[in-house]
Write a protein that binds this ligand. Structure first.
Ligand code: NAD
Length: 380
């Protein structure tokens, strides 16, 4: 089996998560690609030092060009959003394939420039979004595709956090427009919320956005205060066409949603049936049926993964598992061996998410419904 060598640029929170997934690649069963993390680049010595414990890593460097000159085939880039364009383009121009962290550029213009280079170089590019790889979301997709929900009443998809409710939480780059982008929370959490809707073909043409900035400053960690200028919460009210029927779809991304530590959810509800799943109850899927009575029925899911693993079928999956599954889809698809399994978010889906978020900014500015620019050109 061919060994694919991987490098990481940006070894922080997500870089370490990826390293942990590569470190237990052997849990995948009958999987077609061997992968080894061999090189890591980060500006911080202490971040690089953490990777000393990863036996396959032979290059730890503070210089991106050194990593790109090594024999890595694929680079996973997990850096602040203002650096996405520069670093993604470097990776592509160096002839490497790219697993890009969301939101795939700080704004729509950056995403379009990255996409242009990806098309020109012909490299394999996908964008990170791992929650759909959990069994619950997979079952939601399967139910929608195989069952008759009657006339769809609504679609609701979102991702909620709560830790920003603490006004004493110090500022970090994700709360500052210069590093996170003007789209704020949508750039942080939005790709997660739109991946499944876009994959199911629910592409909004228009949006009405309610965006909130709740705390406008935070402790700077040095005894003073710093401006916290990103949007904290975003409610995107969209309308999508599902089988010729217009259906309301809300995309919710919130950093201030009381009690929600990291809650990804989706609900698809029609007159005769429906399905909903939330990581708040990570193994439970709810199905709505309208028979003689109306009821939500709860089913415990097991470890039904996209790619088979050695884990027992009744065990519960979590964040590290869906991240590993997402990586497994990346490398299987890159090798032409996805075989109908669920694939990572595509570049077109990432571009579409930026079109939605750009329209949301316009809507919030004008307090009117805004159209998405050139969504019709997107081939999903
Ligand atoms: N998929 C997910 O669930 C998920 C979760 C959190 C963050 N993210 C995304 O991952 C990316 C990184 O977020 P994070 O939370 O890991 O951030 P982080 O701050 O924990 O890590 C970023 C790392 O990048 C390094 N870095 C900065 N500039 C660099 C440069 N020029 N060259 C090399 N390294 C550099 C920093 O030193 C830091 O270690 C962002 O795009 C973010 O949106 C994704």
């Amino acid at each position: 089996m061919k060994m694919v060598k991987v490098g990481i640029i940006g070894g922080g929170l997500m870089g370490r998560e990826a390293a942990s997934a590569f470190g237990r690649w052997f849990v995948l069963q009958d999987y077609p690609v061997q992968v080894a993390l061999t090189a890591v680049c980060d500006l911080q010595e202490k971040v690089l030092a953490w990777y000393e414990k990863v036996p396959t890593v032979t290059l730890r460097t503070q210089h991106i060009d050194e990593l790109l000159a090594s024999d890595v085939d694929v680079v996973y880039v997990a850096v602040p959003h203002h650096l996405h364009e520069e670093i993604y383009v470097k990776v592509l121009r160096a002839g490497k394939d790219l697993l890009a962290e969301k939101p795939f550029g700080i704004d729509l213009a950056a995403a379009e420039r990255i996409a242009a280079v990806a098309r020109e170089t012909g490299r394999f590019v996908r964008c990170s979004s791992e929650f759909p790889f959990l069994p619950g979301p997979q079952q939601v997709i399967n139910d929608f595709r195989t069952q008759d929900f009657g006339k769809l009443l609504y679609i609701r998809s979102g991702f909620h956090h709560a830790s920003d409710l603490d006004p004493n939480k110090p500022i970090n780059w994700k709360r500052q427009v210069a590093y996170c982008g003007a789209i704020g929370v949508m750039g942080d959490l939005g790709m997660h919320a739109v991946h499944v809707p876009f994959r199911l073909g629910w592409v909004p043409q228009r949006v009405y956005a309610q965006l909130q900035k709740i705390y406008t400053e935070r402790p700077d960690g040095k005894g003073g205060m710093a401006a916290c200028d990103t949007w904290d919460n975003a409610m995107l009210h969209c309308e999508v066409d599902v089988n010729g029927q217009s259906v309301p779809m809300t995309i919710e991304t919130k950093r201030m949603a009381p009690t929600e530590t990291n809650t990804w959810f989706i609900e698809v509800v029609g007159t005769d049936g429906g399905v909903k799943y939330s990581t708040k109850q990570p193994k439970t899927l709810y199905r709505y049926r309208r028979d003689s009575t109306q009821s939500w029925c709860a089913t415990d899911l097991g470890f039904e993964s996209v790619h088979p693993t050695i884990t027992g079928g009744i065990f519960e999956p979590g964040f590290p598992d869906c991240f590993l599954q997402m990586l497994a889809s990346y490398f299987a698809e890159r090798a032409g061996q996805l075989n109908g399994r669920f694939g990572c978010a595509t570049m077109e889906e990432a571009l579409l998410s930026h079109r939605l978020f750009a329209a949301a900014l316009e809507s919030a500015r004008s307090r009117q419904v805004a159209s998405l620019r050139s969504t019709r050109k997107i081939a999903l």
